[in-house]
Design a protein around this ligand. Sequence first.
Ligand code: NAD
Length: 483
Amino acid sequence: MATQVQTYKFFLNGKWTASSETFELVNPASGAIIGRVPRASVEDMKEAVEVARKAFEAQAWRDMEQTKRGKILMQIAALLRDHFNEISELETLNQGKPLRESKADVAWTIRAFEYWGGAADKIEGETIPVTANRLTYTLREPLGVTAHIIPWNYPLALATRSLAPALAAGNTVVAKPAELTPLTLLRVAEFAQKAGLPDGVLNVITGSGAEAGRALVSNSDVDGITFTGSTETGRQIMETAAKNVTPVLLELGGKNPNIIFPDADLQKAAQMAKYAIFTNAGQMCWAGSRLFLHDLIYEKVLAELKKQTEQIRMGPGLDEKSELGPMVSKDQQERVIGYIKSGVEEGGNLITGGQPPEDPTLHKGFFIKPTIFAEVNPKMRIGCEEIFGPVLTVFRFSAVEDVIRMANDTRFGLYAGVWTRDLTLAHRLIRELQAGVVAVNDYLVAYPQTPFGGYKDSGIGYESGLQAISHYTRIKSVTVNAS
Ligand code: NAD
């Protein structure tokens, strides 16, 4: 794939628009500059919200026959399918993840557009029995203008997860991709226009969080905000939104437990424990970053995991043989190295990795070797904070009640994995784990049709699944007196 430096524009009211300031995009595997994108100003973002408001009021989208609206979303999916390899390569070039992971993300994105395309004409109200002479029912109406703030770890899939249901429900959208990874969403904007989405219905504005992002979420003409990112930024956004009483859906961080009991398929559990932390170089809110191993199998599983981890092929994502790519940025690499240092200082037992690779061909990229700390305790920073890198922390347990307590002893509550063949035990953990999603004998599974959201500091509300539509619509309760 050619890597010439291109200057991109953002997508506003169906037109490609430049801005006076730009920022550089970097290939995380090599440090090379791959493009420049506009740094939208506060004024640009204000205009984007005005454009989206006008498009909403023009009613071309809101009042389009729902089936037709759905077909446009299906057509975006079809265009993504036609450009599957190109989009996957673009995601890897910009974000760094191995190509096979980008392909999985693009496949997920296609399914999500199809799912919400199919759902567009099934957003229903209900009738409510009250008295014989009254007909009472609910209407589900779009909110209006929805704002979408996107992170850099799954740039395309997470953008789609929120804007596809918003569009299906008839809203008009202003989306701000993360400053590091805007390229695939800009391409989707192009496909959306080709698919027949009216101008102004989807606006993709590139810019910084501090300027463009803040300007978007503080705009009183925004009717709903979806934010996926760190808990810290989510909290700030919620405070800002409170001033305008704007509803927020927050998908935030995680420090997720992955628990292996002695009766599990240990080979499979060890292999999946590896995927659960090293996929996307660990830059995942749902990473299985805390592995709990039962005392009876602790040494055996850890040895297997160490062996498998040391066989992982690290390299540029665009090389089909690579299994682990770089961190998204130099800053992220330094942040993760800082956590590894703190783990060593606090007495963690570093059993593998812990530094950038020796291979000189990888030195310009932002790589970190897959890392495992054993005998971690929850007081260590690496044991309680979200690292967002390829660093696994391993804990030992023997009693079930202890592992439940330790698993829940975190401010997060996004995802949890449980490995056992004992159904009674599995059900007990399903009930008692404070996590929005629990996977039994599985990990890293999420479909467009399954709700995804967090307990505690991991967020508010649910993305994906039909429940998500409740965030992108409001209910009007109607009573007709027929007497
Ligand atoms: P981040 O909070 O730094 O940035 C996310 C987005 O918010 C970016 O687009 C950024 O430009 C924007 N932003 C930053 N400050 C803003 C502000 N004041 N107002 C408006 N927008 C602002 O997060 P990140 O580093 O991009 O992503 C990593 C974090 O995201 C991790 O904590 C991870 O766990 C979390 N995450 C959660 C989920 C989930 O579904 N729960 C999914 C992916 C990532």
